[in-house]
Design a protein around this ligand. Structure first.
Ligand code: PHE
Length: 447
């Protein structure tokens, strides 16, 4: 155990865990799913699920990881030896595998825009022209698969070099910079003519639009953005020294996440309405809207390039965590295996993602249960695998870990009120499992 790597500081851990959480989920996925689900009511439900389920589950994963100080599969084996609970870790690995396969496609889109913006190909285009350029680009099989591959290569290279060197250092200044740029973007977006309708769209709940499907998507979205349900956070907190406060880390990550989701909503929707674009455009929404807003800023293209670099970084830090959870299990702490397996698994993930990348072009006619390949992969991960993983974790913690042990783990590094611990324990034990089952069942039409 003494050879296990640890984060060099508490900030290092929070930055890396926040880096895993903040990514495409908050910036790209949230606006388009909210756009498809009527806006404000979805946003509110997302916040509720984040606070009621996401936050307690995040803390639960932290507790498992730091108690066991081991990877996502071994952690369950250590806490519940001789049982089948380690399959929760295996499920997390499979989910991460599929998630990263389509995640890298969007990562590739960011790279495509980055190259286009840097080479001046986007200068002076109107919003319709942006949309055309973009849909032509992602329909091109070589370009989309090529950039998806580049994104995966970047991920593989960093993960193969080990967690500390790879992930921790750059987060320190990239995250704050991303926040800052987002704030500038929001100020521009909300002061556009006709922005009010967009602000209302995302902030004024219209519950007539809420269906059981909306509930499921809001729950799935809250797990997705917090990286909860796949044991990624179990893995990350296993590198954390004992004297750091887990609740503090969980609360800061959740607040940052909600803040960035709000910024993303306020950057996108005012512009969507101001320019008469479609809020339910799907996965391309952000990519069609953003350049138009940046074009309205002085030195817009420069800002856009800076934004894309930070956005890419946010996506990469999430991608690292997804590959890291798999590699940490397979290489089992041996650095010589880490490099080999990072390449093997990383390239396998790339291959699995190729059909998703092509589903915006030559495979666009292929449908699985009425969805494109990309949408099917995304939907299965967000609304089936993540909730299922989260459900199992919420059953595991109160069942297999002693209450007194949980309390002592949670209060390490910081004094917390017993009442807060009790509330958390109650939520994990009595609220999370039935609520997750209910939301999932309702959609399956089981009752
Ligand atoms: N939270 C990440 C995002 O929002 C995605 C992710 C999910 C990463 C699950 C790790 C585990 O982009």
């Amino acid at each position: 155990m003494s050879e296990r790597e640890q984060w060099s500081s508490k900030l290092g851990f929070i930055l890396a865990a926040a880096g895993s959480a903040i990514g495409l989920g908050a910036i790209w996925k949230f606006p388009y799913i909210a756009g498809q689900n009527g806006g404000g009511a979805f946003f509110l439900l997302f916040i509720l699920f984040t606070l009621l389920l996401g936050l307690p589950l995040l803390l639960a994963e932290f507790v498992i990881g730091r108690t066991a100080q081991d990877n996502a599969v071994q952690a369950y084996k250590k806490i519940a030896p001789g049982t089948n609970w380690h399959w929760v870790g295996v499920l997390g690995m499979i989910t991460s595998f599929v998630l990263l396969s389509f995640y890298a496609v969007i990562g590739g889109w960011i790279l495509i825009y980055l190259f286009k913006a840097i080479s001046g190909q986007l200068d002076g285009l109107t919003s319709e022209e942006f949309a055309v350029v973009f849909s032509n680009t992602i329909a091109d099989p070589l370009l989309s698969v090529g950039f998806q591959l580049i994104f995966m290569l970047l991920t593989i290279i960093v993960v193969s070099r080990g967690i500390q060197k790879g992930i921790e250092s750059a987060s320190r200044f990239m995250m704050p910079a991303l926040f800052l740029l987002f704030i500038i973007l929001v100020i521009r977006a909300v002061t556009l003519e006709g922005a009010l309708e967009g602000i209302q769209f995302i902030l004024q709940p219209d519950f007539s639009k809420v269906t059981s499907q909306t509930l499921l998507e809001a729950m799935g979205q809250s797990f997705f953005t917090l990286s909860v349900g796949v044991s990624v956070m179990v893995t990350y907190s296993s590198y954390l020294p004992k004297n750091q406060s887990l609740p503090h880390a969980a609360v800061s990550i959740v607040s940052m996440n909600i803040f960035i989701v709000l910024l993303a909503g306020l950057a996108i929707f005012p512009a969507v309405f101001a320019y008469d674009l479609e809020p339910n455009a799907g996965p391309v929404l952000l990519f069609n809207v953003l350049p138009t807003v940046f074009n309205q800023l002085p030195f817009g293209m420069l800002f856009f390039i800076a934004f894309l670099i930070l956005f890419l970084f946010a996506a990469l830090t999430s991608a690292f965590s997804l590959l890291e959870i798999i590699i940490s299990v397979i290489s089992n702490g041996k650095p010589e295996h880490r490099i080999k397996w990072s390449w093997i698994i990383g390239l396998a993930i790339f291959i699995l993602g190729v059909p998703s990348a092509l589903s915006f072009g030559i495979l666009s006619d292929v449908q699985i249960f009425g969805k494109s390949i990309f949408d099917f992969a995304d939907y299965t991960v967000s609304n089936v695998l993540l909730p299922f993983g989260a459900l199992l974790i919420s059953i595991f913690v109160p069942l297999k870990m002693k209450r007194s042990l949980l309390y002592s783990e949670i209060k390490k590094g910081n004094w917390i009120k017993k009442g807060i611990f009790d509330a958390w324990y109650f939520t994990i034990r009595f609220i999370a499992p039935p609520l997750i089952i209910l939301v999932m069942m309702d959609v399956l039409g089981i009752w």
